[in-house]
Design a protein around this ligand. Structure first.
Ligand SMILES: [Zn+2]
Length: 96
């Protein structure tokens, strides 16, 4: 088996395509609600704050506040969870 097949790939849909296209271009795009001015992530069909159905895509500023993070361990109890080259996997995942 080709080890490249082990890495999960995103399921691109009409709803989330702008996000993934932005990622391919090195840009973080998020949805923005013009009715209540809230930013929205992850991609949704309507605003979770006011249910407005016409959301815009905007590039994130790059500023934010990290409130927690997780560190990945690739091996545990003798099992290897990722046999692929790990240079492209983040070792620390922020959450906000
Ligand atoms: Zn809204």
């Amino acid at each position: 088996m080709d080890s490249a097949m082990l890495k999960p790939q995103p399921r691109v849909t009409a709803l989330n395509r702008p996000f993934w296209d932005g990622c391919s271009e090195g840009r973080l795009l998020i949805q923005h609600c013009p009715a209540c001015a809230k930013s929205i992530f992850y991609p949704r069909v309507c605003c979770p704050f006011c249910q407005h159905g016409e959301l815009d895509w905007v590039q994130a500023s790059g500023n934010g506040k990290v409130i927690t993070h997780s560190c990945l361990q690739l091996k545990s109890a003798g099992k290897t969870y990722c046999t692929r080259k790990t240079d492209d996997i983040p070792k620390s995942l922020p959450a906000s």
